[in-house]
Design a protein around this ligand. Sequence first.
Ligand SMILES: [Cu+2]
Length: 290
Amino acid sequence: MRWIAVALLSLLSMPAMADQPVDGALGFQPAATQIAERIHSFHSILLVIITLIVILVMALLLYVILRHNEKANPVPSKFSHNTTIEIAWTLAPVIILMFVAFFSFRELYYQDVFPDVDEVEVVNIKAQGNQWNWTYTYTDVIVDDYPMEFVSNPIHRGFEGEPDGTFEAPRNLAVDLPLVVPVDTVVRVQTAASDVIHSFAVPAFGVKVDAVPGRLNELWFRVEETGTYFGQCSELCGKDHAFMPIEIHVVSQSDYEAWLERAQGSVLDAREFLASLSEGAQPVQLASAQ
Ligand SMILES: [Cu+2]
């Protein structure tokens, strides 16, 4: 009972822009992209289907238990085949699976096919997984003949006695140099790795793509609301796998340009500018702090 109350309370107290895990929450982080929104509605369809299947199977089991136990049915029937019922229980799952596959493939292709937008407006980023951090390269932004790039390290390393995180800088999720992208813009992320397989995943965006040494994988997203979003490496990659988080700041186009200009000079300057952007933001309480 207490558990249910806690879960309900944490749902109510979830901030509007919950873009990170909160204690006791149920369900997904709110969707920040069309991709995530579509995944959520597919999930809702599946939830209905599996619920109906569970109810049906439970009802059949109960019927068999009550109707065909030794007391109620002392002389069992001896037949071993029933063509009608065998066709039915083969066809029904096939139809259900085809129905599921239809929606599933629709989402897979939506994520796989790059949206039809002007290439000039696309922000291209290469995310390279390393043991154990991410290198972000802005491949369109050339500084001294090389594309702009920086390494994004976690602030927390999971050491014992380490201070707790805050909502702005959650433990094991916050990084020193976050990825910055403009709002309402198609962002192409090409993932790669320098050592072992990592995976670039941001739940609120509905994206998760492996970062494989020696090849480029691709994902895209268009975030609809400014904010700070968090993800994690999602392919077990060694002892610090849990400590190579992904932090993405989605900012307005003008803030993005201002940040980009500073970042080309000094990433630390750019970082300070980024911090000044969120200064006006109301500090939001973590569910666990309430
Ligand atoms: Cu990794």
